[in-house]
Design a protein around this ligand. Structure first.
Ligand code: NIG
Ligand code: FE
Length: 425
């Protein structure tokens, strides 16, 4: 039994496990001052004031050992959740930054065989063990920043064998690393060199071979497409996502990232779980997403790193679209594991309030990966994933920006970060 007491503040985010928070609900964090938490067998069994928690322990501990943790001066939140990453890849692309500073566009680099295609070459060459080793380093870093669950996409194989290699790495890391990974098949991330000039043929391969194989082996829960001018058209994206649905893969979509292209509308039409990026989503698209209950996964770090205007979060929240946030961790457009810095950017560049930002990285992010029944809030019965920040209240997280305020991380009730450092289990 673990007894945590004296938290300056606990943001529980309770009460939104069946439906993501929208509009004003995103401001409701269900705060507890001088809070206490009890964890038994990896699950929250009591959440309330320190005093009530103390009483609970006295009545329920029996002859069991009780680990006591003081959270004095600290703010506790649910473990942060990152619902959109491309974390399994080999190599890096730091040289593209100079190209972009000299005026090259992200798409120019891709069209010249760089970008995603460069990372695809590196990832194809890498053995499964090399990919494991590179990815573990990124997961360790995520953990240091308070992230306890992530979504992980394939999409740097672009060939069945290597797409499966990436997905197997995610599956193995889900079993061996403290971070939980939820897998997404994204064979439609770019058109590989073998299919250059014949995207339709590649789409047929994705639909006819890749999706059935990935689904049969249970290697993914979601299917995603880079629906963008010059990559996959709305029609091709629809065909791919519908094929995924036929095989039981729920839909996600990279939508309206670089130009307004109808991705938000397509997400609504298909009942996608989320539409991501949305920098150029149309007003109609936003409205349709609200009506269909599609979650907007916003990636302000990608806008920042590509030196672009971020998505219009305020319009989406006003329209009633549930908003989640993510790093988009990938080697090209967002090479960071710092979800807390993304939260700072969401606040300072998209004018989301500190409360909305926290809802977006916890319970709404859990909904975006289909896990709101077990994580995303500090509630009795949920998996005991939490972060203790060196902060007197949740507002402080967006104020003392761009530094790592994470002190302690518990994953399923186990301390995996203590004093800001990784504890090897
Ligand atoms: O979400 N836009 C497409 N995919 C990634 C970038 C991948 C890369 O550049 O390697 C994204 O931004
Ligand atoms: Fe992405």
């Amino acid at each position: 039994m673990i007894y945590i007491h004296s938290a300056a503040q606990i943001a529980t985010l309770a009460g939104a496990s069946t439906k993501p928070k929208t509009g004003k609900e995103m401001e409701e964090l269900d705060l507890i001052e001088d809070g206490g938490i009890v964890i038994e067998e990896g699950v929250f069994t009591f959440v309330g004031s320190s005093e009530e928690a103390c009483r609970y322990v006295a009545e329920h501990s029996g002859d069991r050992e009780v680990t006591v943790l003081s959270a004095e001066g600290k703010t506790i939140t649910p473990g942060l959740i990152d619902p959109h990453t491309h974390v399994v890849f080999a190599g890096s692309r730091e040289f593209e930054l100079n190209m972009r500073l000299q005026g090259a566009k992200y798409m120019d680099i891709l069209n010249a065989g760089g970008g995603i295609l460069y990372s695809t070459e590196r990832t194809r060459e890498a053995t499964e063990e090399q990919l494991m080793a590179e990815t573990v380093k990124r997961l360790d870093r995520f953990l240091e920043y308070g992230v306890t669950t992530i979504e992980a996409k394939s999409g740097y194989g672009l060939r069945l064998e290597e797409e499966m290699k990436q997905l197997r790495v995610a599956q193995r890391l889900n079993a061996s690393h403290p971070i939980d990974l939820v897998s997404t098949f994204m064979g439609a991330h770019a058109v590989p060199v073998e299919y250059k000039g014949d995207a339709d043929a590649f789409v047929r391969t994705i639909i006819g071979e890749m999706i059935p194989a990935v689904a049969r082996q249970g290697l993914a829960e979601f299917c995603d497409v880079f629906c963008e001018e010059g990559v996959f058209t709305v029609e091709q994206s629809r065909d791919i996502l519908l094929a995924g649905q036929k095989w039981g893969l729920k839909s996600k979509i990279h939508a309206d990232e670089l130009v307004s292209y109808g991705g938000a509308e397509l997400a609504a039409e298909l009942g996608a779980v989320s539409a991501d990026h949305l920098l150029h989503a149309s007003e109609a698209g936003i409205q349709q997403m609200a009506e269909a209950g599609v979650i907007a996964v916003l990636l302000p770090g990608t806008a920042f790193f590509l030196m672009a205007q971020p998505a219009n979060a305020r319009a989406m929240i006003a329209a009633g679209v549930p908003v989640a946030l993510s790093t988009d961790r990938n080697p090209g457009s967002s090479p960071t594991e710092s979800l807390p810095f993304i939260m700072n950017l969401a606040c300072l560049t998209m004018k989301m309030t500190p409360a909305e930002v926290l809802a977006a990285c916890t319970i709404n992010a859990a909904h975006a990966i289909g896990r709101a029944g077990t994580i995303g809030s500090i509630e009795v019965g949920k998996q005991a994933d939490l972060v203790m920040f060196d902060a007197p209240n949740y507002l402080y997280l967006q104020y003392h920006y761009a530094v790592n305020l994470v002190d302690t991380v518990l994953k399923k009730g186990e301390a995996v970060i203590q004093g800001g450092r990784r504890v090897q289990g």
